[in-house]
Design a protein around this ligand. Structure first.
Ligand code: 13P
Length: 250
């Protein structure tokens, strides 16, 4: 049985003060979350605060990105060993905002996935099609290409302890959610394409849905057989909404 993972991707939001209040709210309600594993991914600069506030709780934390490099003259970058210094469990790689706004291609994302794993971090690999690609009927082709780039780099077995987040770009931050049927279809496709390469890995792999998942729609999305949690943007910034989603996971 795959344990669902509900992870908050805070993106570039929050202040020291608002994050303290948000974490206090999540900690106060986490006792009611019986099934899901819960994690939050703050901006880098708040990792120390988050580590301090979440150590000893059941809530994990991670980063939103990492460098392909381990150290050196790479101004503005943050390395995997640095994330380990703050006890990150997860790191998001290949979020569509990184791909489209910061030019990360499949090869870069695959390298980041590899570097994360090599350094003991669990990568959350984001994949998903744009609206144009969906309308052209190439959703499966795009998602398969994004995932295969990682498999070609690290081997299919490396996916077993990682996480894939299916995030249709047209549903991110738009309030438009994939229907449970649309999401399930792509999740099943992803599991199927991995099963062709390794059935055991496909069975173990957690595939999250992301894209305007909220307190109102989480339960029906999470009820789908191949949806193993959520990667939550906007709704993860409100403790009550985030907890409602966490509780909806089982
Ligand atoms: P929203 O939940 O704000 O649509 O963001 C989803 C997302 O991009 C999570 O990584």
């Amino acid at each position: 049985m795959r344990q669902p993972l509900i992870a908050g991707n805070w993106k570039m939001n929050g202040t020291r003060e608002s994050i303290k209040a948000l974490l206090d709210g999540i900690k106060a309600g986490i006792g009611d979350v019986k099934v899901a594993e819960v994690a939050v991914c703050p901006p880098f600069v708040y990792l120390a605060d988050v580590q301090e506030q979440l150590s000893g709780t059941p809530i994990a934390w991670g980063a939103q990105n990492l460098s392909t490099e381990l150290k050196g003259a790479f101004t503005g970058e943050v390395s995997a060993p640095m994330l380990n210094d703050f006890a990150c469990k997860y790191v998001i790689v290949g979020h569509s905002e990184r791909r489209t706004l910061f030019g990360e291609d499949d090869a870069t994302v695959a390298t980041k996935f590899a570097v994360a794993r090599d350094n003991g971090l669990k990568p959350i690999l984001c994949v998903g099609e744009t609206l144009e690609e969906r309308e052209q009927g190439v959703t499966e082709k795009v998602v398969a290409r994004q995932i295969q780039a990682v498999i070609d780099k690290v081997g299919v077995a490396a996916l077993a302890d990682g996480v894939i987040a299916y995030e249709p770009v047209w549903a991110i931050g738009t309030g438009k959610t994939a229907t449970p049927e649309q999401a399930q279809a792509v999740h099943a496709f992803i599991r199927g394409m991995i099963a062709e390469q390794d059935a055991g890995v496909a069975e173990a792999l957690r595939i999250q849905y992301g894209g305007s998942m909220n307190a109102g729609n989480a339960a029906e999305l999470l009820a789908q057989p191949d949806i193993d949690g959520g990667l939550i943007g906007g709704a993860s910034l409100k403790a009550d909404d985030f907890l409602t989603i966490c509780r909806a996971a089982g």
